[in-house]
Design a protein around this ligand. Structure first.
Ligand code: CS2
Ligand code: MG
Length: 402
């Protein structure tokens, strides 16, 4: 089965998505997600100008070889643009293989290891009262696991709290907006928030929280320690993750479970974190990590060190990545939880899919391949709109992390 053509589509049904469609001489096509939030067009060019010409004529069934060809063959390894492009190709090829063999992708990955995929939703509130109310909505929808983020008293706006309920969208149209940050205010407030949440909802639900890389190791240690009485499911991205060794200090001080990896893109970003058992959950998305093929290796290596998966599933990953993640989550042994930020109805209409949500769990469905499609005609009605993630500065103007 030879690859005959591949096309890239950019659409903005509320937010930008980049989609790759690979066609074969068997009349079967596959689709992959190539969306890189705020840098979408770089991946479009990488695919159109540098990847697609090398794909034509290759055997679509040779998924591992094509992945290695793109990774090793480029000479310039790693990086979010390169790996997102490779991920789109990889997802599309798994989709094609599933359709060719008339079976859902989870069957090709070893079959079901569980019957359902536990997901966590995002409860975002402007303040403590509002956040309690938002968590309550997720409790009512039947979620077992809920991430709580809140505006900080004394700070005008906070990344990760955002506009829109249920359809939280991190990027903003136009040029990057700026937030102002104060770590001390955040550190004082966050334990109060989780105390209030436990008092309101008891111990039944898993609670999660994302620090968005804003702490130093000793601040992360302090927060982890102060959150211990509220036994979080995980504390995510405490420090900027380039320095894996910084987790040694955090780990020494707290038993709060740690999750890391949404900005990582290869297995080499994890070697110290895994081998020294410095984290509990690996967060990389299938999209940022180069697709299903390399992510299987990351998950398997994590499993050796008692580390589970909790893959990224934000709205800036299209329903194609969501579908691929659900097949993956169903199949691997060391699955922990899957992030699920709901897409808008406009996005869901552009990407008709078989996956479903029921009482805090998701199911990829049994359609052959990934079970998600792309409506080109509808997509064409939503042209690309420039949008960026906000930037963050300290109160004195110093450029800071998210
Ligand atoms: C967040 C994301 O889902 C998460 O945990 O960190 O909202 C992330 O900031 C965006 O995906 C960035 O594009
Ligand atoms: Mg995050």
């Amino acid at each position: 089965m030879k690859i005959t053509d591949a096309k890239v589509f950019v659409t903005c049904p509320g937010r930008n998505f980049v989609t790759l469609k690979i066609y074969t001489d068997a009349g079967i096509y596959g689709i992959g997600d190539a969306t890189l939030n705020g840098r979408e067009l770089a991946v479009v060019s990488y695919l159109e100008d540098h990847v697609i010409p090398c794909l034509i004529g290759r055997d679509a069934s040779q998924i591992e070889d094509i992945w290695q060809y793109l990774y090793r063959g480029a000479y310039w390894r790693r990086g979010p643009v390169n790996m997102s492009a490779s991920a789109a190709v990889d997802m599309a090829l798994w989709d094609i293989k599933g359709k060719a063999l008339n079976t859902p992708v989870y069957n090709l990955l070893g079959g079901k290891s569980r019957s359902a995929v536990m997901v966590y939703g995002h409860a975002n509130g402007a303040d403590l009262h509002d956040t309690i109310a938002e968590v309550g909505k997720y409790v009512d929808m039947g979620y077992r696991a809920i991430r709580a983020q809140s505006g900080i008293p004394g700070l005008k706006s906070t990344y990760g709290v955002g506009r829109g309920k249920l359809f939280y969208e991190p990027a903003e149209k136009g040029l990057p907006p700026e937030n102002t940050w104060n770590t001390e205010k955040y550190l004082v407030y966050t334990p109060q928030l989780f105390k209030a949440l436990r008092e309101e909802f008891g111990d039944e639900h898993y609670l999660l929280h994302d620090c968005h890389h804003r702490l130093t190791p000793i601040q992360a240690a302090r927060l982890g320690k102060e959150l211990e009485p509220y036994h979080l499911f995980w504390l995510e991205d405490t420090v900027p993750c380039e320095l894996q060794e910084s987790f040694r200090l955090i780990r020494q001080h707290t038993t709060t479970p740690l999750a890391v990896g949404e900005v990582f893109n290869t297995i080499y970003d994890y070697t110290t974190l895994f081998t020294e058992q410095l984290i509990d959950y690996v967060r990389m998305s299938l999209l940022r990590g180069g697709g299903i093929t390399p992510s299987l290796k990351v998950a398997h290596m994590a499993g050796v060190y008692h580390i589970k998966t909790g893959f990224h599933g934000a709205t800036d990953l299209s329903p194609v990545t969501m579908a691929a993640a659900l097949h993956f989550d169903l199949a691997i042994h060391n699955f922990g939880v899957q992030e699920y930020m709901r897409h808008t109805p406009e996005t869901d209409a552009v990407f008709p899919h078989h996956y479903t949500f029921d009482k805090g769990y998701m199911y990829p469905g049994d359609a052959p391949g990934l079970g998600v499609d792309f409506d080109e005609t509808l997509a064409a009605k939503y042209p690309y709109e420039r949008a960026y993630l906000p930037v963050n500065r300290l109160e004195d103007g110093t450029m800071f992390n998210w």
